[in-house]
Design a protein. Structure first.
Length: 198
C-alpha cells in the first residue's frame, strides 16, 4: 500500500511494457545562502540520471523533479526547496535534506533546531499511533571553503547521530559528494518505505 505522500507514475517503455515509477517528495531546506539552489542545479546533472522522460502528471513542475536510476530501479524525487524560516516542522515529506554552510555556525544551529522540531513532532504522532520517522540528511555544504570552516565535522556528525540523521559534507561549487547526497537520499527513502511495509 502506498503512503499518502507517495505516488506512482505509470510509464510506457519503448518495448511496450508499463513500468511503475515512484515519485517521492523531498524537502530541501536550510537558511538562505547555504547553497540549496546550487545543490539543486547540480542534482539536475547527476550521473544517476534516469532514462524515462517525465510524463504528464508532473509536467507542472519538471524543474524541481530529478529522475534517478539506482540499483537498476528508476525513481523520481520531487524536490521542494525552501528557506528554513518559512517552513513549519509539521510538513510531511518522504525525506528531508537539511542544509547548513560549514562556514556559518548560525545556519548549523538553525538546521539542528529544525531537525529537533521534526523529531519532536514525530514523537507526538507516534503516541497517537500515526507512526512516521522520515529520513533526514544533514548536509554541511561549502566543504571547499576549508579556511573559512566554523563547524567541525565531528560536531555535526555527532549531532546527526543523536537525532537519527545521516550526515554528509558537500560542495555544490566543485560538485563534490553531491551525487552521493542524491543517491543516499533515495536509498534512505527506499529503506524507510521497506521497513514500513513489512
Ligand atoms: P540558497 O539561498 O540556499 O539557495 O543558496 P545559493 O545556492 O543561492 O548559494 C548562495 C551563495 O553561496 C552563492 O553565491 C553560491 O555561489 C554560493 N555557494 C553555494 N554552494 C557553494 C559551495 O559549495 N561552495 C562555495 N564556495 N560557495 C557556494
Amino acid at each position: 500500500e502506498d503512503d499518502d505522500n507517495t505516488f506512482v507514475e505509470r510509464i510506457q517503455t519503448e518495448d511496450g511494457h508499463v513500468q511503475n515509477i515512484h515519485v517521492y517528495q523531498v524537502y530541501l531546506l536550510g537558511m538562505s545562502g547555504t547553497g540549496k539552489c546550487s545543490l539543486m542545479r547540480q542534482f539536475k546533472t547527476t550521473e544517476y540520471r534516469g532514462v524515462y522522460d517525465y510524463s504528464s502528471s508532473i509536467e507542472d513542475d519538471p524543474d524541481n523533479t530529478v529522475s534517478i536510476m539506482l540499483d537498476g530501479i528508476e525513481s523520481r524525487l520531487h524536490i521542494l526547496t525552501m528557506d528554513i524560516d518559512h517552513v513549519k516542522s509539521s510538513v510531511t515529506g518522504d525525506a528531508y535534506v537539511v542544509v547548513y554552510s560549514i562556514t556559518d555556525r548560525q545556519s548549523f544551529q538553525t538546521a539542528l533546531q529544525f531537525i529537533k522540531n521534526i523529531r519532536d513532532n514525530e514523537l507526538i504522532d507516534n503516541q497517537s499511533h500515526l507512526k512516521r520517522h522520515a529520513p533526514i540528511i544533514l548536509v554541511g555544504n561549502k566543504s571547499d571553503l576549508v579556511r573559512k570552516r566554523s563547524v567541525t565535522k565531528e560536531i555535526a556528525r555527532h549531532a546527526a547521530f543523536k537525532h537519527s540523521c545521516k550526515f554528509i559534507e558537500t560542495s555544490a561549487a566543485i560538485n563534490d559528494k553531491v551525487d552521493d547526497l542524491l543517491a543516499g537520499t533515495l536509498k534512505q527513502i527506499r529503506i524507510n518505505q521497506q521497513i514500513r511495509n513489512e
